[in-house]
Design a protein around this ligand. Structure first.
Ligand SMILES: O=C(O)c1ccccc1N[C@@H]1O[C@H](COP(=O)(O)O)[C@@H](O)[C@H]1O
Length: 230
């Protein structure tokens, strides 16, 4: 079983970038949504991305941005993956991703009545719209766009979809093991759960979260090898 990838989102400071890389994060997210307390300018993100080593993915998060806005950011901040976290249609995601030549993740905001069919249909729609579609990212529906620290009912995720989704929404060190063990997603994404205050990360919480995910992976691996040898 491949290990669960970890994305730490909403970085605004170089020391937080270093802490996340040191902890073993696979991807770091930068928020280009001005109302967010985690918002960074293109120039700030450019400097933060310059502090990242190779093989760690820089993710640019947008909420209802225009093609021109994303192109302008891409000229200054060399991100490798887009995250559309607003109300962008499949055609809008496809057009923006094509304009900057980067793959994209698309959020699906989970409600209590979301069905497996809703999710699979949504994924199909975005995948069909663009070869640059990478994956769905599942977050909790709240009356705001994200970074709200709210968990949704993970049992709503269809088993066949789980291995290719990015799970987010209210993750923390206290539910990381349960999230990985019960959902088995491709990746987990966390923002507020590893903060001291909004936009300011906590190096200890980041390390504890990454370690909890790795420990959950190790338990699954060990259970699998016991099952296959018995
Ligand atoms: O982090 C933000 O400020 C943000 C703003 C607007 C849209 C999305 C945002 N973050 C994303 O929200 C989810 C959940 O975050 P949390 O762990 O519950 O705080 C995550 O995917 C972030 O990338």
């Amino acid at each position: 079983m491949p290990r669960t990838r970890v994305k730490i989102c909403g970085l605004t400071r170089e020391e937080d970038v270093r802490a996340a890389v040191q902890a073993g994060a696979d991807a770091l997210g930068f928020v280009f949504y001005p109302p967010s307390p985690r918002h960074v300018t293109a120039a700030q993100a450019g400097a933060l991305i310059a502090a990242m080593p190779p093989f760690v993915t820089a993710v640019a998060l947008f909420v209802n941005a225009t093609v021109e806005e994303v192109v302008a950011v891409a000229k200054v901040a060399p991100f490798t993956l887009l995250q559309f976290h607003g109300d962008e249609s499949a055609a809008e995601c496809a057009a923006i991703a094509a304009a900057v030549g980067r793959p994209f993740m698309r959020v699906f905001r989970m409600r209590a009545d979301t069905s497996a069919a809703d999710l699979l249909e949504y994924e199909h729609q975005y995948r069909a719209a663009s070869p640059l579609f990478s994956s769905l990212l599942l977050d909790t529906y709240v009356d705001a766009y994200g970074g709200a620290g709210k968990v949704f009912d993970w049992s709503l995720i269809p088993k066949e979809l789980a291995p290719r989704v990015v799970l987010s929404g209210g993750l923390s060190v206290s539910n990381a093991t349960d999230a990985v063990a019960s959902v088995r997603p491709y990746a987990v994404d966390i923002s507020s759960g590893v903060e001291q205050q909004k936009g300011i990360k906590d190096a200890r919480k980041i390390a504890d979260f990454v370690n909890a995910v790795r420990a959950a992976d190790a338990t699954i691996e060990s259970d699998n090898s016991h099952e296959s040898s018995s």
